[in-house]
Design a protein around this ligand. Structure first.
Ligand code: CA
Length: 239
């Protein structure tokens, strides 16, 4: 992904934590936004609200056959599907592709190879997907502010510009991509199993609040949802 687009959103449905981390880390390194799920049911619950560009589906899931999940994703969304299989059986590959998967990879795989496959699926799927739309969706406007995702610049209504750090931009982009949803600290950091003692996300959020909130002590845009995470409460318009 180039830095000029809103990031493509990729679901990673994989119950093996090590593989899941390998996949999400590789994708994030190349600018994709990821969300990881350990079960098919959890991914299906998020599918209608998140509308990912692509789902990476492990065929051996604890709660359902991955093939069933591929079928349900194809029926319920316009997301692309990349199958991960440790089985390597021809029948799985053929079935998966027939059921609407775009490609498959057999474990073990090279993370870079996976990223290349993901890119090529998104390219092939072309228009219609949020990834393609993302090429023109560079500016997110909310509450009098405009975030220029290409330049990491936050512009006030009067034209004043703040250059944001990469970490701050990443957090703000997570918010504007998913307004009005509770996002956990892990989701905002793009990490799983964040230590409860890791306060770096809270530091980034208080920095952002000092910039965008008229009263940072009483935030109206980035709200704290106690015990759950944060929610971006402003309407977002992309241009
Ligand atoms: Ca598995």
């Amino acid at each position: 992904m180039s830095g000029s687009a809103a990031p493509a959103q990729v679901f990673v449905v994989e119950d093996d934590d090590a593989i899941s981390r390998l996949v999400t880390t590789a994708l994030q390194e190349f600018g994709f936004a990821t969300e990881a799920f350990r079960s098919g049911a959890a991914a299906l619950r998020r599918l209608p609200t998140q509308r990912p560009d692509l789902c990476i589906v492990d065929l051996g899931l604890p709660d359902m056959d991955g093939i069933d999940l591929v079928r349900q994703i194809a029926a319920a969304s316009s997301s692309g599907v990349l199958i991960l299989t440790g089985r390597g059986h021809t029948v799985d590959r053929v079935m998966g592709l027939e059921l609407g998967a775009d490609d498959y990879m057999v474990k073990p795989f090279e993370p870079r190879e996976l990223v290349a496959r993901v890119r090529s699926i998104l390219r092939r799927r072309g228009s219609g997907g949020a990834a393609a739309a993302g090429r023109t969706r560079r500016h997110a406007s909310f509450g009098g502010w405009t975030l220029d995702c290409a330049a990491n610049i936050l512009r006030a209504a009067d034209g004043t510009e703040h250059l944001l750090g990469t970490a701050e931009t990443q957090v703000l982009r997570s918010f504007v991509e998913r307004p009005h949803q509770i996002l956990t600290r892990e989701q905002l950091m793009g990490q799983r199993d964040l230590s409860p003692l890791d306060r770096s996300i809270d530091v980034r959020i208080s920095r952002l609040r000092r910039k965008i909130e008229s009263d940072p002590q009483n935030p109206k845009i980035i709200k704290t949802v106690y015990g759950a995470g944060y929610m971006f409460s402003a309407a977002v318009i992309w241009s």
